[in-house]
Write a protein that binds this ligand. Sequence first.
Ligand code: SAM
Length: 198
Amino acid sequence: MRAVQPFFLNVSQLAHFFVATVLQPGEAAIDATVGNGYDTVFLARQVGDTGRVFGFEVQLEALEKARKRLRMAGLEARVTLFGESHAHMATALATVWHGRISVVMFNLGYLPGGHDRSCITRPETTLPALNAALQLLRPGGLITVVAYPGHPGGAEEAESVRAWAATLDATHYAASTYRCCNCRKPPPELTLVWKRAR
Ligand SMILES: C[S@@+](CC[C@H](N)C(=O)[O-])C[C@H]1O[C@@H](n2cnc3c(N)ncnc32)[C@H](O)[C@@H]1O
């Protein structure tokens, strides 16, 4: 098998690359923006049949597509989907999962191929959800955020995520943002927050 060349990955693939270094079979993960379900399927494969994935999504259309994708992949049984905002993730998850989540993935913006492009993620709910994710993570766990500055409201949201990550105490978290620096259009960007292992 050919070695992975991280230099040629787009930011979504790069997020998967980093998640794969952290998330182990039997562990638990959250997909904070289920959308069409590609990331949910990836997480469900990664945790194996003894692991657990929780997904959050506000659009019924997206939940139906994701459910179908999970069913086709035979992964439905290891995934719980919540039809509610990721801002509620801490209350939606039973307390037994708090501090046991290895990865939380955010893929911001609108539903690709969806009917309602006005339904986008917004800083008012994204930032509370990121704070909730910090509480749910186990030591050594990872948050990935792919943000898209190219759509209306996207640049402000990407900026708010970067600003939020910059406030995190470096003794407890390592935070970084990756983006193309010689692209013509505003490039999507990946912010990583790693909760330092104690
Ligand atoms: C770029 S898409 C996600 C793509 C998805 N990860 C995939 O693999 O197909 C962003 C999704 O976030 C959803 N969304 C918007 N606001 C949300 C919220 N407050 N909580 C959860 N999901 C939200 C949108 O409905 C949309 O489906």
